[in-house]
Design a protein around this ligand. Structure first.
Ligand code: KIV
Ligand code: ZN
Length: 381
C-alpha cells in the first residue's frame, strides 16, 4: 500500500513572510477555506505572539475551519507557547509548532547559546507545549547546516519530551537532494525513538532546490511536507505545494506515496493566492504557470495535436486548467495553424492554405504571438 504524505501548508505563515506581502483577515480566511477545499492536512495560520494580526489569524482560522489541523508557530519560550495555545483553543485539531536553531552558526551568532543550553531550552518548550495540546511539532532551524550527531541528540530528546512531529528545515536552502535525503534517513535510522514521530521536510529555495530536496526527504522517509502555494516565502521562497503534489501524483510509480489533495483545485487556489498577495506567477512556473500547457513550436504542436502525451506529462484538466494551448508564433507549423483556423471556423483547399500560411509567417515574424484577430486579417486580405 502506498505511503500517505501529510501536506502542511504554510502559505499564511512562511508564505506571508514574503517581502511586500500583507494579507487582511478576510483574505486569510478566504485562503484558509480554499486550502481546506484543496485538501491540505495542516494549515500553519501564523505566529500568534508576533502581532495582533497573526494572533487573530490563528484564532479566526481555528474557529472557522473544520476537518483540518490548525497550527501556530512559536519560539521556544513559555510566553510564546501560552499565547499560541490561547489562539488555538477553539481549533478542532490544534498543533503548536515550536523549536529553535541547531546549527553552530545559529547557536553562536543568533541564539548565543551552547548546544547543551539550546537542547535544554527546546526540551522545556516541548514539555510546556504538551500541557496545552497533544500535537506538538518541533522545528530544528537550520538543520541543513547542522552537525549530524547533535541533530540526532536533539531529535531523541524532544521526542522523549513529547514532540509528535519533527521538522527538519533547510532554512537557508543550502543542501542538495542527496544530502537532504541522507539527513532525514540518517535521523530515522540513528535515533532510537524515531518510530514515535513523523518527520517533516521544510525546504527553502535559495539555490532552486526546494522541490527536489523535499521530494528527496520523502524518499528518505519523511511523512510530511511543508509547502506554500506558488512557493511564496522568505527570500527565494519555500517549496511549492503544487510542484510536490503533482510530482508525487505523476510519478507515483517512483515515489509510491499519496496525498489527500484534490489536484483540480491547484490552479484555482494558485490564482487566488497570487491575486490576494500580489505575487505574480512566472509564466513558465511548473504546474500552474500560464505557459505550463502552451505549445509554440511547430514540432511540439504537431506532436501534441496527434497525441497530447508526446509533449505533456500532466493533463491540464488534472490541475484545473481548461486545456492545452496552441500558441501561434513564427516557430509554428502548418498543423498548428490549420488546427487554430479550424477552431475559429475556417477550412481551405491545400492551395489556398499554402498562401495563408505564407502570409501568416510574415505577420508572425513581426509579433511574439499571432492572435485570432490577426488570423482573421490574414484570411481576409
Ligand atoms: O525556515 C525555517 O526554519 C522556518 C522555521 C521557523 C520552521 O520557517
Ligand atoms: Zn521556513
Amino acid at each position: 500500500m502506498s505511503r500517505r504524505i501529510h501536506v502542511f501548508d504554510t502559505t499564511l505563515r512562511d508564505g506571508e513572510q514574503s517581502p511586500g506581502v500583507r494579507l487582511s483577515m478576510p483574505q486569510k480566511l478566504e485562503i484558509g477555506h480554499a486550502l481546506v477545499e484543496l485538501g491540505v492536512d495542516i494549515i500553519e495560520a501564523g505566529f500568534p505572539i508576533s502581532s495582533p494580526g497573526d494572533f487573530e489569524s490563528v484564532q479566526t482560522l481555528s474557529r472557522n475551519l473544520k476537518g483540518v489541523t490548525i497550527c501556530g508557530l512559536t519560539r521556544a519560550r513559555e510566553k510564546d507557547i501560552e499565547v499560541a495555545a490561547d489562539a488555538l483553543k477553539d481549533a478542532e485539531r490544534p498543533r503548536i509548532h515550536t523549536g529553535l536553531g541547531v546549527s553552530d552558526n545559529h547557536l553562536e551568532h543568533k541564539l548565543r547559546m551552547t548546544r547543551e543550553q539550546a537542547l535544554e531550552v527546546g526540551v522545556s518548550a516541548v514539555r510546556h507545549a504538551r500541557k496545552f495540546v497533544d500535537d506538538v511539532e518541533y522545528f530544528m532551524e537550520d538543520s541543513g547546516r547542522a552537525d549530524r550527531d547533535y541533530v540526532y541528540k536533539v531529535v531523541e530528546s524532544v521526542i522523549a519530551a513529547g514532540a509528535t512531529v519533527i521538522n527538519v528545515p533547510d532554512t537557508t536552502g543550502y543542501t542538495y537532494p542527496e544530502e537532504y535525503r541522507s539527513l532525514i534517513q540518517g535521523i530515522i535510522e540513528n535515533v532510537p525513538n524515531s518510530d514515535r514521530a513523523i518527520f517533516s521536510c521544510h525546504c527553502h529555495n535559495d539555490l532552486g532546490m526546494a522541490t527536489a530536496n523535499t521530494l528527496a526527504g520523502v524518499l528518505g522517509g519523511a511523512g510530511q511536507v511543508e509547502v506554500t502555494i506558488n512557493g511564496i516565502g522568505e527570500r527565494a521562497g519555500n517549496t511549492s505545494l503544487e510542484e510536490v503534489v503533482m510530482s508525487l501524483h505523476i510519478r507515483k510509480d517512483y515515489f509510491d506515496c499519496e496525498t489527500r489533495i484534490s489536484t483540480q483545485r491547484l490552479l484555482p487556489t494558485s490564482l487566488l493566492v497570487s491575486r490576494l498577495t500580489g505575487m505574480v506567477i512566472q509564466r513558465n512556473k511548473a504546474v500552474v504557470g500560464a505557459n505550463a500547457y502552451a505549445h509554440s513550436s511547430g514540432i511540439h504542436q504537431d506532436g501534441v495535436l496527434k497525441e497530447r502525451s508526446t509533449y505533456e506529462i500532466i493533463d491540464p484538466h488534472l490541475v484545473g486548467a481548461e486545456k492545452s494551448e496552441i500558441v501561434l508564433t513564427a516557430r509554428s507549423g502548418r498543423h498548428g495553424l490549420k488546427h487554430r483556423l479550424a477552431e475559429i471556423g475556417f477550412s481551405f483547399t491545400d492551395e489556398r492554405f499554402e498562401a495563408i500560411y505564407a502570409a501568416f509567417l510574415k505577420v508572425a515574424d513581426t509579433k511574439s504571438e499571432v492572435t485570432d484577430a490577426d488570423l482573421r486579417e490574414v484570411v481576409n486580405s
